[in-house]
Design a protein around this ligand. Structure first.
Ligand code: SF4
Ligand code: MG
Length: 336
């Protein structure tokens, strides 16, 4: 059962020199209650994809093609890209919530964390009594590891980890079915990161929401995700269970990522497992965009665009997809 279905999604950044395809032909399912990890280097389109799905793109970025459908528990479907402004506001809290990398940006600096949860409830659950709102705020904060007395703290009075936990509590306020987390723990130290991620897993067990978790750190994703999608140059190049990708990555880029130790900051740094840097989206290499960095590239890799092709993964027979001409992926001849 899918809670979210993304089909053939395209996002362009419009610039004076033309359109840059930040996300191209992305089709991806999010199953109910799963943790889907989205990995790839900076500029691979992960955040753009997430922002498109949450309808948070701002000009010059624009959705140019495709669809996003959200399936409610009761069987009704929502055409996310067609939602109007007021519908969108409710959708974003009740059905799908977003937690950003910098909690400072999503928290209100002049309001206590408890009050911020209560505000969300007051606006979106108007039937709740004041008392219920305050009880619910305390309950949510405790669920993410913040003690009741800290509900009167302002964001700047909390540590980075606590702020991130508060942002997660706010996202959970209206029991959304989908939570998108865009590098929510990148700025935190490794121990705090792991703690929070394992708590997200525990919360998922309790509340049943699905998570799209975005990070460039594939090893971290392997620990907490059920399935993983790998992006390169705006396209999904491999999907599979965390287990299968860990044991038998099929796309050479996935293999490279697994062998890499990416730095936390700085976009175009070389990865240890992969020579070269991510391509400039304004002038993508023809064919498979990965070919200039791929140790397995053959001649047709520079003329044929590999399409994401479904097939079983050899190691455990689980279903996955890969976009590589040498690994069972179909391709199309590039015309331009
Ligand atoms: Fe490498 Fe060719 Fe596969 Fe692209 S299609 S990943 S260049 S082997
Ligand atoms: Mg990003």
């Amino acid at each position: 059962m899918n809670v979210l279905e993304i089909r053939d999604l395209g996002v362009d950044y419009l610039s004076q020199s033309g359109a840059v395809h930040a996300v191209a032909d992305v089709s991806l399912d999010l199953r109910r209650g799963e943790i889907l990890g989205l990995a790839g280097e900076s500029g691979s389109g992960k955040s753009t994809l997430a922002n498109a799905v949450a309808r948070l793109l701002r000009p010059p970025a624009a959705i140019t093609s495709g669809s996003v459908v959200y399936h409610r528990q009761d069987g009704t479907a929502v055409d996310v890209l067609a939602l109007k402004r007021d519908e969108l506001r409710a959708f974003r809290w009740k059905e799908l919530a977003v937690v950003f990398q910098s909690a400072m940006n999503s928290l209100n600096p002049v309001s206590t964390v408890g009050a911020q949860i209560e505000d969300v409830l007051r606006i979106h659950a108007p039937k709740m009594s004041r008392n219920d709102r305050s009880e619910r705020a305390v309950e949510l904060l405790q669920r993410v590891g913040i003690s009741a007395d800290r509900r009167r703290s302002y964001p700047h009075e909390l540590s980075g980890g606590m702020r991130q936990r508060a942002a997660i509590a706010i996202a959970l306020a209206l029991n959304p079915e989908v939570i998108i987390m865009d590098e929510p723990t990148t700025a935190l130290d490794v121990v705090v990161q792991r703690d929070i991620l394992h708590e997200i897993r525990a919360l998922r067990e309790e509340y049943g929401f699905a998570v799209v978790f975005i990070t460039h750190d594939l090893s971290l994703l392997m620990e907490i995700s059920d399935r993983i999608a790998i992006m390169y140059a705006g396209r999904v190049v491999e999907t599979g269970t965390a287990e299968a990708l860990h044991r038998t990555p099929r796309h050479p880029y996935t293999l490279g990522l697994l062998r890499s130790f990416p730095r936390l900051h700085g976009p175009r740094e070389e990865l240890l497992g992969i020579p070269g840097t991510p391509p400039d989206l304004r002038s993508l290499p023809p064919g498979c965009a990965f070919h200039p960095r791929c140790g397995r590239a053959v001649e047709e890799c520079s003329t044929r665009l590999p399409l994401l092709t479904r097939g079983p993964n050899g190691s455990d027979g689980s279903d996955g997809e890969v976009a590589c001409l040498l690994n069972g992926g179909r391709g199309v001849e590039e015309t331009s």
